[in-house]
Design a protein around this ligand. Structure first.
Ligand code: LLP
Length: 428
């Protein structure tokens, strides 16, 4: 069941009308459904349990970059989620939300010393290390603190995720991870460093994958590497497959999470039974989009209808600074009117924002029955929406609310313009 549906002709999030939300909180506003968020997380957690994995044997580390509001993190932490972070700032968010640092993995190619110190002082579960210089820096920082840093190497399995080039990360020619051919040598370096403790292996090959075949292919390559490492006496205790499962934006049919996990666990179980006398290996996931993407919409109001020479424009109060994905990746987001039946004849519109860029569009060539002051919902906006928002054109970022049944909670107030330059100074 979709958690966003028409009830009495008005689009609702769970039991709350989006028209009421606009009246109470204004627009543009991100609206999230707690039930959708929870159900999406549980599709992973329940599948792990069905395959005999308790919390010690499999951990879902929600990828904080996809939506980092602390209320979102709180909902997931209460369901038992771990977290995949890429900055010290994201770690502070997880802690503020009550998440356990023992369930945090730290990814990213450019971790600073301060970030390493912060993460080590909170005893996070693991650093996903992406290069030899990073290993040396982490070894030094851990030595200063008298600790050993738990490390997994992000290995680049060189499989084609068959997704948008900007969000494909597992191929040879991008900045992420250690090349597959260099992985063994890099593990040897790690194993020899006194303040590094090798604990795992990881990869992340890309995002918005509709098919799980590239993920399973990547796992095959990691399995081979784990066996090679074992023969050298380097034991890997966990296997982290990254995130990447896509969502339906425009009639897309992503693989069901349960089916993907069934195939994955079957593969892992067969391998362990054959070569490791059944000794288990912990499995980690780093999903973002598939947990939060379809749990959120961006609610916006039509400011003006403008009939250009060749196009009709619906100028709305949300813009590229609120939802960057169309401008950045030509991403497609569904658009629905909040009133199910508009009074105007349907026309084809480009839905654009007030920012001074031709690239400021949210949707193109959509047939809509709309008039000035109507409300629109930009769909599938829960992931990489608010987290990628900016203040371009001195636009305050949108409010965020979370719906829970018939209740709605403000989880981030709208930014006021004066707040945007409050930390700036005039010259003396
Ligand atoms: N783990 C790592 C190391 C990642 O780099 C990412 C996403 C994830 C996990 C989560 O992947 P997901 O399950 O969400 O596919 N801004 C782009 C997406 C960038 C993804 C970056 N990495 C977009 O709006 O489509």
């Amino acid at each position: 069941m979709s958690h966003f549906s028409y009830q009495d002709g008005v689009l609702h999030a769970e039991g709350v009308s989006l028209a009421d939300i606009a009246r109470r909180f204004g627009t543009p506003t991100y609206v999230y459904s707690k039930a959708a968020l929870s159900a999406n997380f549980l599709s992973y957690a329940d599948a792990c349990r069905r395959h005999g994995r308790n919390d010690e044997a499999a951990l879902v580390c929600y990828s904080v970059k996809s939506n980092s509001n602390i209320a979102v993190l709180d909902v997931l932490a209460r369901l038992g989620s771990g977290f995949d972070i890429v900055s010290g700032g994201e770690l502070l968010r997880v802690l503020a939300a009550g998440g356990s640092p023992r369930k945090v993995i730290f990814s990213g190619v450019g971790k600073s010393r301060d970030e390493m110190r912060l993460a080590l002082s909170h005893d996070i579960l693991c650093f996903n290390v992406e290069s030899i210089p990073e290993l040396h820096r982490l070894n030094e920082v851990a030595a200063e603190l008298g600790k050993r840093a738990p490390v997994s190497l992000r290995v680049n399995p060189n499989v084609d995720a068959k997704t948008h080039p900007y969000i494909s990360t597992g191929l040879k020619d991008n900045k992420f991870g250690v090349a597959y051919e260099d992985a063994l040598a890099t593990y040897r370096v790690a194993a020899a460093l006194p303040h590094i403790e090798v604990t795992g292996i990881d990869c992340h090959i890309g995002s918005q994958l509709l098919d799980d075949a590239p993920l399973l292919e990547a796992v095959d390559k990691l399995i081979e590497l784990i066996d090679t490492l074992a023969a050298e006496g380097i034991t890997v205790h966990h296997l982290d497959i990254g995130g990447g499962i896509g969502i339906d934006y425009n009639g897309d049919k992503p693989v069901a999470v349960g089916d993907y996990l069934s195939r994955l666990f079957a593969k892992i179980d067969a391998w362990r039974a054959a070569r490791h006398n059944g000794a288990p290996i912990k499995v980690l996931f780093e999903p973002g989009r598939s947990i939060v993407g379809n749990a959120g919409v961006l609610l916006t109001e039509v400011q003006f209808i403008k009939h250009g020479e060749t196009k009709n424009f619906a100028i709305v109060d949300a813009a590229m600074n609120d939802l960057m994905r169309p401008a950045m990746y030509e991403a497609w987001h569904g658009v629905q009117t909040v009133k199910q039946a508009g009074e105007q004849p349907a026309q084809v519109y480009d839905v654009v924002g007030p920012v001074c860029e031709s690239g400021d569009w949210l949707a193109r060539a959509r047939e809509l029955s709309i008039a000035q002051d109507d409300l629109l919902a930009i769909l599938s906006a829960g992931a990489y929406g608010m987290t990628m928002a900016s203040n371009y054109n001195t636009r305050g970022r949108a409010a965020e609310v979370m719906v829970d049944g018939k209740d709605v909670h403000l989880i981030r107030k709208r930014e006021l313009p004066a707040e945007l330059f409050a930390e700036e100074s005039l010259l003396p």
